[in-house]
Design a protein around this ligand. Sequence first.
Ligand SMILES: Cc1ncc(COP(=O)(O)O)c(C=O)c1O
Length: 387
Amino acid sequence: MGDSPYLVERMQGFGTTIFAEMSALAVATGSINLGQGFPDEDGPPEVFDAAVAAIRDHHNQYPPGIGIPELRHAIAAHQAKWWSLEYDPDTEVLVTAGATEAIAAALLALCEPGNDVVTFEPYYDSYAACIALAGAHRRVVQLRTPDWSFDAAALEQAITPNTRVLLLNSPHNPTGKVFSVEELELIARLCVEHDLIAITDEVYEHLVFEGRHVPLATMPGMRDRTVTISSGGKTFSCTGWKIGWICAPPDFVDAVKTVKQFLTYVNGGPFQYGVAVGLGLPDDRIFQIAATLGEKRDRLSAGLAEAGFTVLPSAGTYFLSADIRGLGEHDGVAFCRSLPERCGVVAVPSVAFYDDKEAGNPLVRFACCKRLDVIDEAAARLTGLRS
Ligand SMILES: Cc1ncc(COP(=O)(O)O)c(C=O)c1O
């Protein structure tokens, strides 16, 4: 399948197939689904009330192509308040159908067929597919276990004369890595030296439990060469709304908008009002969201360790990765396929996020964004694995 001349067939190898299989297994076996990353509780009530009010106030037709002014202003104010990044809400902000569309539209708009795109592996599964859709080639730099560090020389070598875009995800799915300031400085220096455009996926910007998130656009020389992407779904526990955005200089926004208008044109009118309210919530409410998730991460982490997994560090996001070799297992795909039957829990095999299959094979990803009682029950079931 991977060698097929047909793009659509090659794309079937890009992760979603195995994730769909795992979600179907969860339903078929009534298992606890710690595979797909979605919370099982609603987020801040004001956010949800604002969307309901928008529907009742008749905001149910096509919103403006670049997003409603309330949301664009809220995004610009959010970037200024949290990250000291100033964007013009009319020319430097674009609302998209989730971060997913923003990633696709940015890659399609900013890459030429034949360009190289540098990214880190494991990578969020849409990256490989969207790079392929753009006719570009991915060149990956590995985040190595056990600490998710990367080799600076490997990053430098991955950049070729054909490289146009560096695609960075921090906080990072599936590892939970939050790139450090030193790492970001290095990445920024290379982007400037090689005149690269950075596309940054920051959907977990507020879901950090250790260290702090620093947007790449704040690094020297980066603001005007970076397309910053985020989304309301993760922070406000409304992943089904698919309200995302980009912040970038006007030329980039225009280019991405040109592609975006032929993908979805617009989406989620009433939900845009909800996310606008969310972005304006007081700091302590946002910190509380991360603190609650951090407690869940700790609980799942302890449960997995108790069950015999080697738990890898996660400083943020919805996810934790674990090595299964301590359980006498080596093949993450076979392990995840057997898990629902063996103990009624679903996880996803991390190999779907890797080019280097050997590195990814012994790793599995668990979502920690579930209620504590659900995590406890999953942990209790997993403990039975060793007996
Ligand atoms: C790293 C990363 N980027 C993007 C997305 C997609 O975001 P959205 O739901 O806003 O399209 C996800 C969702 O899981 C993600 O983990």
